[in-house]
Structures are given as structure tokens and as C-alpha cells.
Design a protein around this ligand. Structure first.
Ligand SMILES: *Cc1c(COP(=O)(O)O)cnc(C)c1O
Length: 404
């Protein structure tokens, strides 16, 4: 038995079975590359669901982690620390927002946004007690907490986790008429992803975000974007909403690449007016805003800026898309994406993308199927042209030359 198989068996024996990972064990990462315990090298095309946009173990982010870890890691918010302020100032400046509230995981930031919009609804908009409604979009993904799965339309995510959180109304993606219809005097917010990542890289129709925002504004409803996966350069802009005119949200939710994958750091951003619904003692997190996470977050943001990662994503993404479009096979239904956030949708008759992801693994490329039939390609944004061409060649080899 190989060492990898031993580790997989051990893991299977003692861990909950809430994932079905590809059968390999990683022990090292650097830039776009990761290595398994047998020393085989792979190009990472998942980037930990876009948390590793800056590349694995970016030296500047790791340095920030080590330097800060030697000084102080956790103070709790009972005291100030000397890192949170500069981190949030940088984040607010880059996102062009007044204020930020730091959390740890994406789902926690989503929960924070839910609390913000409800509280805003009661205290600013004047919605009657316990009547607040939030509009969400079919096939969304906002995390795995009870409230996040209550927002979901995915039966698997919800089943047997009830009673679920009430107060969510589902509309279809791209359906502006449904949005208009769903709004009542009790509606406090529309919460959505500007591209649906987990749903299979679903890109909205041109103008959908702008018009959704306009409708929200007209009805005094907050427009909230979950950019946990699409944000921080992934789609070729710093934030995905910037692909449209006037689509800036009232609340922006970020996570994942906010720490370059080095440490869990998330946040919501908003105006003074909205953020000021949070008063002392009504929301918090022991680790949220801790100096270690803040130092890592600041370094991760600087890397995105200094290395022009949003622009790189745009340029490399266009090149990648061009190259992928040349693959001649009827196995592909559609290739879609923005920047280095690309989905290859396979014909349903092929029985899912999983076996192709396994075949790509054999060729040295790691990616993961999303919603069964889509291969998601989201390599670290530091990737170079030669590697993009190589990825496309391997995909062509897997889809055209062999495999049934
Ligand atoms: C990953 C993700 C989340 C959840 O983030 P976690 O850190 O896994 O809790 C929420 N929303 C979107 C759009 C995501 O991609």
C-alpha cells in the first residue's frame, strides 16, 4: 500500500464523510503548484475555491503570518490591537466603502450581513417587528450554516437540517420582473452572487446587476453582493460587480482570498449609515479582527494590488478562454467565464465531470467538478501564459483523445 493510500484510509476512519476528495494527499504548495506525498507535482486549478488567488504560500503573506505570530496572535475585541485598523483601512480604501466588520469564515460574514440587513430594516427602514424579508436567488451558494442553507434552493444542502430559518424568498437568476414582484414593504435586502460559482459559473445577463440594484434602490431595499468567491481579482476586476455600470452594492461580503488562503479572514463592508446599526455588544467574534488574521489580510491585499492580480486575471483569462475555445469536441456544451473564473460545461450524457477531473489529475492538473457537469478552472491569478496553454492542451487530451 502506498503512503497516500495509508493516509486516505486513516482519514476515512476518523473523519466525518462530508466531502469526496480526489484520491491524492497534498503536502506542499508553492505558487500555482502543489505536491503530493509521493512527490508528484500538480497545477492547482481550484485554488481552494479561489481562496488562493495570490498563489500557494505567497512569501510576503507567509512572512506577515510568521512575523505577527511571534508578536501577538489574539487579543479578542475586548482590547484594541495594532493590526486591525490598518488592515480594515486598506480594505475599505480598496473596496471604496466606509467601514468594515471583520469575521473569519465566509459563512460567518454572510450571517453578519443577514444580521445587518435585518437590523437596518427594523431600525432604519421601519419594518414591523419580526417581519423582515430577504430576497435570494435560486441556485445560490452562501455557505453551510443554518441560515445559509435556509437561503439555498438545493435540496441536498437543506434536507433534514430543519427547522430552517424563515424570512427568505427565492427568485430566479436574471429575473428582474420576479424581483420587482417579490418586493413587499417588509423586504430589507436582495442578497446574491454576481456570478454564481458553486452553481457552475453562472454569469448574469448584461445589465442584470445594474437593474437589480436600481430596483432595490427604488424600493429602499439593500443590495448585497456575496463576493466571497468572485471578489479580489478572480473575475478580472477587483470586484465582479465592476463589470457593470452602477452595480456597487450597499453591503459587500468578502472572504477566501482576503487572506490568500493562509488563514481564515472574512468581512462585510458598508456605508457608515448601514454599519452603524451595529452598536456595542450586539455582534462579535472571538477571533474576528485578530492581529494575526489582520496582518495576513493586509499582506494579502497588498499582493493583489502590487502584482496587479485583477488585471492579470483579465489578460490571462481571455487568453485561457481563447485557447479553450479551440478544443473541438461535442462533449463540451459551453465554456463560460470572466477572467480566470471559467466553467466548462460537459454534455449531460457523459455522466458528470468527476471522471474527467480524475483523468486531469493523472495528467497533473487539479480541478473539481461543480454541480456535476461543470469543470471549474480557477488557477491562482499569478499564472503565466505557458501554463495556461499547457492546461488547455491537457484538457484537450482528456476530452478529445481518450476517455469515453
Ligand atoms: C465559499 C463561499 C461561501 C462560504 O465561505 P466559507 O468560508 O466556506 O464559510 C459563501 N459564499 C460564497 C459565494 C462562497 O463561494
Amino acid at each position: 500500500m502506498t503512503r497516500q493510500q495509508d493516509i486516505i484510509d486513516q482519514t476515512d476512519r476518523c473523519s466525518a464523510r462530508n466531502y469526496t476528495p480526489l484520491p491524492l494527499v497534498l503536502e506542499k504548495g508553492e505558487g500555482i503548484w502543489v505536491w503530493d506525498t509521493d512527490g508528484r507535482k500538480y497545477l492547482d486549478c481550484l485554488s481552494a475555491y479561489s481562496a488562493v488567488n495570490q498563489g500557494h504560500c505567497h512569501p510576503k503573506i507567509v512572512d506577515a503570518l510568521i512575523t505577527q505570530a511571534r508578536k501577538i496572535t489574539l487579543t479578542s475585541r475586548a482590547f484594541h490591537n495594532d493590526q486591525m485598523g490598518i488592515f480594515l483601512e486598506k480594505l475599505c480604501q480598496m473596496a471604496e466603502m466606509d467601514k468594515a466588520l471583520p469575521m473569519n469564515t465566509g459563512a460567518e460574514a454572510v450571517e453578519t450581513a443577514l444580521k445587518a440587513v435585518r437590523k437596518w430594516g427594523y431600525e432604519v427602514k421601519g419594518v414591523e417587528d419580526n417581519k423582515a424579508e430577504i430576497i435570494v436567488v435560486r441556485d445560490n451558494f452562501h455557505g453551510r450554516t443554518i441560515a445559509a442553507v435556509s437561503m439555498s434552493s438545493e435540496e441536498d444542502y437543506r434536507k433534514n437540517f430543519g427547522p430552517l430559518t424563515p424570512g427568505f424568498k427565492l427568485i430566479d437568476y436574471n429575473d428582474l420582473a420576479a424581483l420587482e414582484q417579490a418586493i413587499t414593504p417588509n423586504t430589507v435586502a436582495l442578497i446574491m452572487e454576481p456570478i454564481q460559482g458553486e452553481a457552475g459559473i453562472i454569469i448574469p445577463d448584461e445589465g442584470f446587476l445594474t437593474n437589480a440594484r436600481k430596483i432595490c434602490k427604488h424600493h429602499n431595499v439593500l443590495f448585497v453582493l456575496d463576493e466571497i468567491q468572485t471578489g479580489l481579482g478572480r473575475t478580472g476586476k477587483l470586484f465582479c460587480y465592476q463589470h457593470e455600470e452602477d452595480a456597487k452594492p450597499d453591503i459587500l461580503i468578502v472572504g477566501k482570498a482576503l487572506s490568500g488562503g493562509v488563514y481564515p479572514v472574512s468581512a462585510i463592508l458598508a456605508s457608515h449609515e448601514i454599519m452603524d446599526v451595529f452598536t456595542p455588544g450586539i455582534h462579535g467574534s472571538t477571533f474576528g479582527g485578530n492581529p494575526l488574521g489582520a496582518a495576513v489580510g493586509l499582506a494579502a491585499l497588498k499582493v493583489i494590488e502590487d502584482e496587479n492580480l485583477a488585471e492579470r486575471s483579465q489578460v490571462m483569462g481571455a487568453a485561457h478562454m481563447g485557447k479553450l475555445q479551440t478544443i473541438q469536441t461535442n462533449k463540451i456544451v459551453e465554456i463560460r467565464g470572466r477572467g480566470l473564473f471559467i466553467g466548462i460545461e460537459l454534455d449531460k450524457s457523459l455522466g458528470g465531470a468527476r471522471s474527467y477531473c480524475e483523468a486531469l489529475m493523472e495528467k497533473g492538473i487539479l480541478c473539481k467538478e461543480t454541480h456535476d457537469h461543470v469543470i471549474r478552472l480557477a488557477p491562482p491569478l499569478i499564472i503565466e501564459s505557458e501554463h495556461i496553454d499547457w492546461i488547455a492542451d491537457q484538457i484537450a487530451a482528456v476530452l478529445v483523445n481518450n476517455k469515453s
